[in-house]
Design a protein around this ligand. Structure first.
Ligand SMILES: C[S@@+](CC[C@H](N)C(=O)[O-])C[C@H]1O[C@@H](n2cnc3c(N)ncnc32)[C@H](O)[C@@H]1O
Length: 269
């Protein structure tokens, strides 16, 4: 008798991540509009730091035939996935995409980028102020000095300090976000992602993170310190919506228990 194989056993964690968590079209539209409104020109060169499977780089290339992207990640498995699976959804233009297995804190080429991005809380991977400043200084040097934009996103609010589990349905997939612990001494934050399938099977904690929960003020201070002169902030209030709806703001009230923010920092000549 044929044995039924659980859906989790057949699942691909990177495909699940892209399906349940990422929205590269929205991200690329956002960075395109923001860059255009700031510099009145088209962003041509993107470096996607901490790129994972480089979903944003692929969408950036797909969105415009004049564009080029470089995706950098330390994990060769994620980069290989992009080469073998991710590029299947990019019918043309892959010659305008470069993928690099490297540490973003050190990776250097001779290019001057219009945009450098660090998405999905990747800035939280830099757990000390020395490391954060070192990375941001490096980003500043790699951006075009007269029209460069760095973009990253973070989360915050008092819910971050709680041990909690949030479940969201995405198509046929249930995505489970777990906050395991927070330490007020060093602001370290342990979180994980699991996926559950219609047959009840699950890919448990297939992505785990030990992050530094930086505040917006700390990141903005560091960005000013390395030489960025202008910043804009957009905020999405998760107390009110489960989907991210961003609006530009100068205030995020302390009463909001769960929020996401996008920070764009600009370098001008
Ligand atoms: C939170 S995931 C973000 C993935 C993707 N950027 C996204 O938007 O969903 C963080 C990624 O950073 C990578 N990473 C961690 N430390 C790194 C480093 N020092 N340099 C480059 N990549 C790093 C991990 O391998 C992982 O793919």
């Amino acid at each position: 008798m044929a044995r039924k194989i659980a859906l989790a056993q057949q699942a691909d964690k990177f495909a699940c991540y892209e399906e349940a968590i990422q929205n590269p079209r929205k991200d690329v539209l956002f960075l395109t509009k923001t860059f255009q409104s700031e510099f009145h020109r088209k962003a041509i060169w993107l470096r996607e730091d901490f790129c994972g499977t480089a979903a944003i780089s692929r969408e950036f290339i797909r969105s415009d035939f004049e564009r080029f992207a470089v995706g950098v990640d330390i994990d060769s498995v994620a980069i290989d996935w992009c080469l073998k699976q991710g590029l299947l959804s990019l019918p043309s233009g892959s010659d305008r995409l470069e993928l690099v297995v490297a540490d973003c804190r050190e990776y250097e080429d001779k290019r001057s980028y219009d945009v450098i991005s660090a998405n999905n809380y990747s800035i939280f991977l830099l757990t000390t102020r020395v490391d954060l400043l070192r990375y941001l200084k490096h980003v500043k040097c790699c951006l075009n000095p007269s029209h460069g934009m760095f973009i990253c996103d973070i989360t915050g609010g008092s819910d971050c300090f709680e041990k909690r589990k949030v479940k969201r349905q995405r198509n046929n997939l249930v995505y489970i976000w777990e906050q395991d612990s927070y330490n007020f001494i060093d602001a370290s934050w342990q979180c994980s992602i699991s996926f559950q399938f219609p047959d009840g099977s699950a890919l448990k904690r297939c992505f785990t993170y030990t992050w530094r929960l930086w505040t917006l003020a700390e990141i903005m201070d560091a960005l000013y310190e390395v030489g960025f002169t202008k910043m804009r902030i957009w905020f999405s209030n998760f107390d009110e919506a489960s989907e991210s709806v961003y609006e530009e703001t100068r205030i995020i009230p302390g009463s909001v228990k769960s929020w996401n923010a996008i920070i764009a920092a600009f370098s001008y000549g």
